[in-house]
Design a protein around this ligand. Sequence first.
Ligand SMILES: [Zn+2]
Length: 268
Amino acid sequence: MDWLPPLVVFLLGLAVGSFINVCAYRLPRGKSVVRPRSACPACSVPIRWYDNIPILSFVLLKGRCRNCGAGISRRYPAVELLTGVLFAWVYFYVAAFSLRPFLIPFFWYFCASLVALSAIDIEHYIIPDRITYPLAAAGLALAAIYPARLGGGSLLDGLRLSATGLVVGGGSLYLIRVLGRVLFKKEAMGMGDVKLLAAVGAWQGWPPALLAIFLAAAAASVVGVAMIAAKKARWQSKLPFGPYLALGALATLFYGPALLNWYLGLYR
Ligand SMILES: [Zn+2]
């Protein structure tokens, strides 16, 4: 029965991914994420529970609304699958490194927030404060109750390390934002990106936060150049940076120390 817990975790992730879809649709539109029940954006007919099962319903309905036949974005099953995989990843990661089990729900929350804000940033080019502020607060709280994770010995130690990460992480991106404005007269970075990196710093401390920025910039460059080469984008195209920052933050959450060793090793 060793396969049962990971399976349950994966299914839980799918369900949370389904809720993230609701949030990603409603948060930027200023709607409640609790009520009313989900409805088709095209015909407004409420979606029945059996048409609202993560991934399965999308496959069975062939990506179309049962009532009006309007296409359902492939982003919905993608978000569900991604969240399911990340939930299982957290589970295996905590087991593999014998970390404290109470970290699992904390890491799930971290991953779910990043998936949600990425989905919103891709569609609306914003990262809502309603995601980044609670995320930053949770990072400070985790550092206070478990300071050893950031290398601290006491509650105050943990808070200091977390707050330093918040200031350095957010501050670095803010500096890049100001520089971009002065040098290129371009809005390369939104305040949402700055707040996201502040939250990441609060969770991971400052070295991983800076590494997350580096990884995000590298990934964005590769994808950007590939898209321009494929004529899907131009140099002037507006591209959301949130998903790349999220990717960097996930990489450092799981493999921060190993990646830092590798990165610093490049200069030895
Ligand atoms: Zn419909």
